[in-house]
Design a protein around this ligand. Sequence first.
Ligand code: AHG
Ligand code: MN
Ligand code: MN
Ligand code: MN
Length: 325
Amino acid sequence: MGFPLTFSDVTRTIPAPLADLLAHVGLVGKLVAQDLRCAALLNLLGTTGGINVQGETVKKLDERANEIFLSVFERAPSVRGLASEEMDEPVVFPQRDAQAEYLLLVDPLDGSSNTDCNMPLGAIFSVVAYRKETPPSEQDFLARGLDQAAAGYLLYGSSTMLVYTTGQGVHGFTLDQGIGEYVLSHEHIRMPEQGKVYAANEGNSHKWTTGMRRYIEYLKAADKATGRPYSGRYSGCLVADVHRLLIGGGIYLYPGEIDKPEGKLRLLYEANPLAWVVEQAGGRATTGTGRILEVEPKSLHQRVPLMIGSRRDVEIADEFVQGKR
Ligand code: AHG
Ligand code: MN
Ligand code: MN
Ligand code: MN
């Protein structure tokens, strides 16, 4: 009986520099998972006292995860530059020969409100090709989601998982700490056409548009014929909530608000990479009025409203938001 496929077995079919980049993401996952397991013992809980470019209080683990991404990728030969939720501007790696073919955009730690209470956390990454001789400018990071070369996430849950797509479907790997390898555990993930779960922070519902409020009430109304009422499942970590939908179906919503129509989540290193993964698994991701992957980026930390999940669920949500229901 052969042993299961490991990460390098599966990524052998993609361009070597991209496979190398993804292997380095896996190394980040091993290093961060180790810190998370012992964060309470390493004085890594709580905040740094700083505020990031998003205006958020920075957690020590946000900063630590960002440092790990930087130290791993400054030695990864295929990456010319790194943009991060936690850094005002991208870092361009010096002395990079022009062979380095990619730019990496990351949310180094997603779900930061979960750090001190041992709840799920993640990281999200987006890879875009970069072929110029000159060092990349911030403008070079502003690629549409359609133009990504790879995208995915690390999920630090009861197990550590790496899930990615390069446009040939979605594959999930589980870290086997005994052998230090990511083992293929979820080959070609396909999400259900429709689910029975919704993830949203209803504490914000007074700030939602009428259409969004009506949609959530629709989900709660009993109607066996349409599989309602849905169950609410909101973890505070986008990666964990989206992974649940990838496996079991349903929808995650972080909509625009009356005084913040752009919503909270960031286009380039949260919405775009997860949108591509979800679309590759048969789902959909929209702003409520258009496809996330088609949004033309204007700035590095630009925010977008996000409705993401099973195809039919997102279609119905869009109809409510657009006033068609
Ligand atoms: P991050 O921790 O990277 O800033 O992202 C947090 C995001 C997402 O992970 C989560 O679903 C959402 O923000 C939670 O926002 P609220 O606390 O406003 O519900
Ligand atoms: Mn944050
Ligand atoms: Mn995030
Ligand atoms: Mn984050």
